[in-house]
Design a protein around this ligand. Sequence first.
Ligand SMILES: C[S@@+](CC[C@H](N)C(=O)[O-])C[C@H]1O[C@@H](n2cnc3c(N)ncnc32)[C@H](O)[C@@H]1O
Length: 308
Amino acid sequence: MDNKIYFGENLSILKSLRSESVDLIYIDPPFNTGKIQGRTQIKTIRSESGDRVGFQGERYKTMKIGTKSYSDLFDDFLAFLEPGLKEAYRILAPNGSMYFHIDYREVHYCKILLDTIFGRESFLNEIIWAYDYGARSKRKWPTKHDNILLYVKNHDDYIFNYDEIERIPYMAPELVGPEKAELGKTPTDTWWHTIVPTNGKEKTGYPTQKPLGILRRMVQASSPENGVVLDFFAGSGTTGVASLEFGRHFILIDKNTEALEVMAKRFDGVPNIEWVDFDPKPFQKIVVQKQSTPLQEPLFEDNKVSSQ
Ligand SMILES: C[S@@+](CC[C@H](N)C(=O)[O-])C[C@H]1O[C@@H](n2cnc3c(N)ncnc32)[C@H](O)[C@@H]1O
């Protein structure tokens, strides 16, 4: 099977996908914060009249080159999510898993909704993705985590590749002896990982882009070799990149043209991608040879997991 990237509303596309045809689903729906998610992109150019002084006293001015944004305000967030989640359950293979990424304000409502669709006994984990970046509140504990709920379709039979999970350093390696320290430990349900580094290679400029490191973990642990991974709120396509790295196939869906443009650039040169209702070529430089060797090397380097 080729990889597929769809441009469009996810619900109608999900309805067209075969039952039990996908091994792993990751979704990161827009949070119900009522804010416009956006990021202004700027470029600095040298100018006599510039307002910034840089290296060797040169003056620079900042030019706004565009704003990427989408509204994440929904009148009824759960009513918006429910039909897609029901489709997700149908599409998932009998031993499949779903990771649902959300923030601390919504997670409790979403957990109840997901329990009704998957069954309470099919809830495996609440993963806390902890980071430490940005402003710190002085009026409450600074909120520096997202929540990721892991559900399986069948709690007696699901994929969890324990032996393949990346190992991370012990916090106190001297307490476990050199052999264990060398091997490292498996992560728990609390994942310390930086956000996408502001100036790193990984950054696409898409608002709310998630770090590859956390997607890698999910794909590696919860999908079979050659399996199919679906993300129907794909954004910049992080799930697709992680899937490629581990030799999985992917299906990505997004309704925002900016997301498709970012994905066009991110997957530039990657063969065997079928683009549905979107032409990536105007945003790409590399001419893809159909059926050439699939990408072997990781597309992006990732920050290593921080302390744990
Ligand atoms: C939080 S972002 C996902 C970011 C992504 N995980 C990444 O790493 O870049 C949510 C995405 O869902 C998309 N979206 C929202 N509603 C949608 C819908 N009904 N159908 C398809 N895409 C939708 C938005 O366009 C946005 O790109």
